[in-house]
Design a protein around this ligand. Structure first.
Ligand code: SF4
Length: 214
């Protein structure tokens, strides 16, 4: 993701292309479609911060709605998870599409076109010259790092709900494994006259796992 951010920063510096402060029009109006692979880092981070269950409930309650990470109003748009936003969100307005002849063209944001048409024109020239990241190339790279069956673009909340369920499950398994490793072996019963001293070590009752915290 660092290389993507560096390329986008370079494009912004070279062309002046930039989002107006506080704008969240793409989040609020365009309802991005992203893959589960693309939102797994965000889901893992939410779970690690103890926000997994609550965000899963919100995403599952509104799978086709506005992104649950968006906390804006009509005037001030804002992504609450900006550092971990999916690749598609990073690229929106700053990346190109490729036609069947291999020609690339900027997929310009309508807000950019309205607020800074000169910067958009410069970015369009850069895209035509192949100097702008292409959505499908970036997506293919990231999906190649993830699981093929999780590469399908979905409404962002649906993708997040799926990713959060997986991340929560992984966290539960990790906790279970950790507890299993730490659980003390049950002490041998005193005065156990029936116990056969020749019985191989470890053949007795297995230590029970303490229950997971709710
Ligand atoms: S993750 Fe952030 S940038 Fe992407 S749609 Fe949600 S609020 Fe917008």
């Amino acid at each position: 993701m660092r290389q993507v951010d560096e390329a986008l920063t370079a494009l912004a510096h070279a062309t002046g292309l930039a989002c107006p402060p506080g704008c969240g029009a793409c989040c609020a109006n365009d309802k991005p479609r992203v893959s589960v692979n693309d939102v797994m880092p965000l889901a893992a981070s939410l779970v690690a911060r103890g926000l997994g269950e609550s965000m899963l409930a919100r995403a599952a309650a509104d799978p086709a709605g506005i992104c649950i990470a968006y906390a804006g109003d009509a005037v001030h748009g804002r992504c609450t998870e900006y550092a971990l936003r999916p690749a598609l969100c990073r690229l929106f307005g700053f990346a190109a599409v490729r036609d069947k002849h291999g020609q690339t063209a900027l997929a310009a944001c309508r807000v950019h076109k309205r607020t800074d048409p000169d910067a958009v024109a410069r970015a369009q020239r850069a895209a035509a010259e192949g100097r702008v990241l292409v959505f499908s190339d970036v997506q293919r790279t990231f999906d190649g790092l993830g699981r093929p069956e999780l590469a399908e673009p979905l409404p962002i909340n649906e993708a997040l709900a799926n990713a959060l369920e997986r991340a929560l499950l992984q966290a539960d398994y990790a906790a279970l494994e950790a507890r299993s490793a730490l659980a003390p072996v049950a002490p041998a019963a005193a005065n156990d006259d029936d116990e056969d001293p020749r019985e191989p070590e470890g053949s007795g009752p297995r230590p029970r796992l303490p229950p997971l915290a709710a």
